[in-house]
Design a protein around this ligand. Structure first.
Ligand code: 2AM
Ligand code: CA
Ligand code: CA
Ligand code: CA
Length: 263
């Protein structure tokens, strides 16, 4: 399998999709809700996913495709070549802010990450990786993450972590917030992951994500030495939803052991 040829194809497809999304602001977005009132989807999410499916089907008809909006066929195993796609990560940002949303794509072969992409559509910034070759931010290589002290860490979490919730002991998270240098919340899991792999954030936590939120990101993470797991410290389940933490390797175990107490 020629990964470089697939990488060239993937980038071209992502840049073209990005242009289509930017152009879409000149006509009306149709916004609907999914699992709850804050879980949004638009016609552009669906059209972009279809665009990717058509491109991949033309390029390699035997490749399987898992997409958030379910526009492809049902995929029940990670055998063979599989694309995991989130056409727009941060749909609420897309709708409300017209920025801070990503296209993110992972390409896996037999469950092993080969190519990962996170594309900031409005800034036209690409974070990507080729397995065992490295990771890049546009044309610049991303370096291995350097060790950091928890007191100097800036972490991505949202407000739900520090209020009583069903998933974790929020008192411990309050301790974490008091310990670290700062917190940020960007509203796009892929954007937060892009920031962790490029050292702009030192950790990002989410109580529930899906494979398409993190598929591209975990491939980039591996190349820079960022550690991505669920709250049990195990590999994220790519065929289900799971808890998720990605962090600088020097603080990943500490956050899991001292600050995340699942209910
Ligand atoms: P999305 O925009 O592709 O749905 C913040 O909401 C982050 O969590 C986004 O990356 C969002 O991805 C993701 N997310 C995952 N499940 C979600 C849900 N049920 N509702 C809203 N956002 C969700
Ligand atoms: Ca969504
Ligand atoms: Ca998403
Ligand atoms: Ca999405």
């Amino acid at each position: 399998m020629d990964l470089h040829r697939i990488d060239e194809f993937a980038k071209e497809m992502i840049f073209e999709a990005g242009k289509r999304i930017r152009d879409a602001f000149s006509y009306e977005l149709k916004v609907e809700t999914k699992s709850d009132a804050n879980d949004l989807v638009t016609n552009i999410d669906r059209e972009t996913e279809l665009f990717f499916i058509e491109k991949i089907n033309a390029f390699a008809p035997h490749h399987k495709i898992i997409g958030e909006e379910g526009m492809g066929e049902k995929v029940e195993s990670l055998d063979g070549p599989v694309w995991i796609i989130d056409p727009i990560d941060g749909t609420m940002n897309f709708v409300k802010q017209h920025r801070h949303f990503m296209i993110t794509i992972g390409f896996f072969v037999n469950g092993i990450g080969k190519l990962g992409y996170i594309f900031d559509v409005m800034r036209e910034d690409l974070f990507y990786a080729i397995a065992d070759e490295g990771a890049w931010y546009n044309d610049s290589p991303l370096r291995k993450l350097k060790p950091i002290d928890i007191k100097e860490a800036v972490i991505g979490i949202n407000a739900s972590w520090v209020t009583p919730n069903r998933r974790v002991n929020h008192e411990k998270i309050i301790d974490l917030v008091k310990t670290v240098r700062g917190t940020r919340s960007y509203g796009s899991a892929a954007m937060e992951i892009a920031f962790v792999v490029s050292g702009k954030l030192d950790a990002y936590l989410s109580m529930r994500l899906s494979p398409w939120d993190i598929g591209g990101g975990i491939i980039i993470a591996k190349e820079v030495g960022a550690v991505a797991t669920n709250f049990q410290g195990e590999k994220f389940d790519l065929l289900s939803t799971d808890t998720f933490i990605i962090a600088n390797p020097s603080i990943h175990p500490l956050i899991l052991e001292q600050y995340i107490e699942e209910k």
